[in-house]
Unconditional design. Structure first.
Length: 118
């Protein structure tokens, strides 16, 4: 499995942005794909994830109602739609994958930088 995140950029506070995570694999059945971010000087944090097979999502409280994860099975792509962005959302965003039986994410893509200006 290989992952590639894209879509980062500069956006004003209150704006929106969509990130994409292109995934290469024969099948993602049984996999969870997730989004993480790492702000300057901070540890990497989990944002949310989607179960590829049925599209069920989960989020951390800090992004609930503002961030939305979806996937397009035909394109093998996961998306992160971010609304009402604030400067606190400035970070490098990563997508990652884990098989359902694994406890941690073991496949990582290169990050994409999101900068939110005030």
């Amino acid at each position: 499995v290989q992952l590639q995140a894209s879509g980062g950029g500069l956006v004003q506070a209150g704006g929106s942005l969509r990130l994409s995570c292109a995934a290469s694999a024969r099948t993602f059945s049984g996999w969870f794909l997730g989004w993480f971010r790492q702000a300057p000087g901070k540890e990497r944090e989990f944002i949310g994830a989607i179960r590829w097979s049925n599209g069920i999502t989960s989020y951390v409280d800090s992004v609930k109602g503002r961030f939305f994860i979806s996937r397009d099975k035909t394109q093998n792509t996961m998306y992160l739609d971010m609304d009402n962005l604030s400067p606190d959302d400035t970070a490098v965003y990563y997508c990652a994958a884990r098989f359902f039986s694994q406890s941690s994410y073991g496949v990582w893509g290169r990050g994409t930088l999101v900068t939110v200006s005030s």
